[in-house]
Design a protein around this ligand. Structure first.
Ligand code: KMH
Ligand code: ZN
Length: 277
């Protein structure tokens, strides 16, 4: 049996609206329920975005607080990771609104890129600012890498002391504008890590499950969920992120990797244990 695999569930992103799938949660209560369902299915980490009731993306602290309060009240002990990526077009200060009490990790996006027809802006001073805020709050950064040059930014952050262990790397592959989801690309990125680090892959759209399979073989961790992919198979919508987590669990077991519990994920990611875990 290889190292336990940390399955992260990205239960809602900032872009996809409910007209594409009824499984896209909007309200804090819906996002919390989607997180609880994903955790019950085997996710150890929940990657959170928030929405306004009409579905527009929100980085408002009160929305994140309500999601976290609700999922904890339901007994969910998953590691809570809040997005600082937010949505394209948001200012960096708006994006930082998500880092509320109760968050344990926060994302750290590693560069500017085309994002579909938009531009996702992450200027270097902003990356440094987010890294500093995560450090101040004692949150473990998850470095979101969409393209090879972003590994050079990761190396630069480490060399300059803006980032230090513990941190986690998420390779997000398949965003139109970033690197595509292929085994060759993932191997290249993993080999290019500036130092040994825990890493995971989030394959976007049809790349989600194939990239999970590759990561499981290569010793990495896995992210799935409605933020990244709406379908359990060609043309068949997932009823929720929990169905995608169940597929990742099945793939993990087939690859000889047991899914990590949240407590095990905290140990692997060097996050302080929760009082009850
Ligand atoms: N919504 C994307 C533009 C993150 O969560 O940190 C950025 C994103 C990354 O989703
Ligand atoms: Zn996200």
């Amino acid at each position: 049996m290889g190292e336990k695999v940390i399955i992260s569930a990205a239960v809602v992103g900032a872009e996809v609206m409910r007209d594409k799938s009824p499984a896209v949660p909007y309200l804090p209560a819906e996002i919390a329920q989607a997180s609880v369902d994903a955790w019950r299915a085997g996710a150890a980490v929940v990657h959170l975005h928030a929405r306004w009731p009409d579905g527009r993306p929100s980085q408002r602290a009160e929305h994140f607080r309500e999601i976290i309060d609700r999922l904890r009240a339901a007994g969910c002990d998953a590691v809570v990771q809040c997005s600082t990526g937010g949505a394209v077009g948001m200012s960096i200060d708006e994006r930082l609104g998500s880092l509320v009490a109760g968050a344990e990790m926060g994302t750290l996006n590693m560069g500017t890129m085309n994002f579909g027809d938009d531009v996702f802006v992450n200027a270097r001073p902003d990356i440094v600012k987010v890294a500093g805020r995560l450090r101040e709050r004692g949150l473990v950064p998850e470095c979101e890498v969409y393209d090879a040059g972003m590994l050079d930014t990761l190396r630069w952050l480490l060399e300059k002391g803006h980032l230090s262990r513990p941190y986690h790397v998420q390779f997000v592959l398949g965003v139109p504008g970033g690197m595509t989801g292929s085994e060759r690309n993932l191997r290249f990125l993993v080999e290019g890590l500036p130092e040994p680090a825990h890493w995971s892959v989030a394959g976007i759209g049809r790349f989600e499950l194939p990239m999970a399979d590759v990561a499981l073989r290569l010793g990495g961790h896995v992210r799935v969920g409605i933020e990244d992919n709406l379908f359990v198979s060609k043309g068949v919508l997932a009823k929720g992120s929990h169905e995608l987590v169940s597929l990742a669990v099945k793939a993990a077991l087939a690859a000889g990797r047991d899914p990590a519990t949240p407590a095990e994920a905290r140990r692997l990611l060097e996050i302080a244990p929760r009082a009850e875990s």
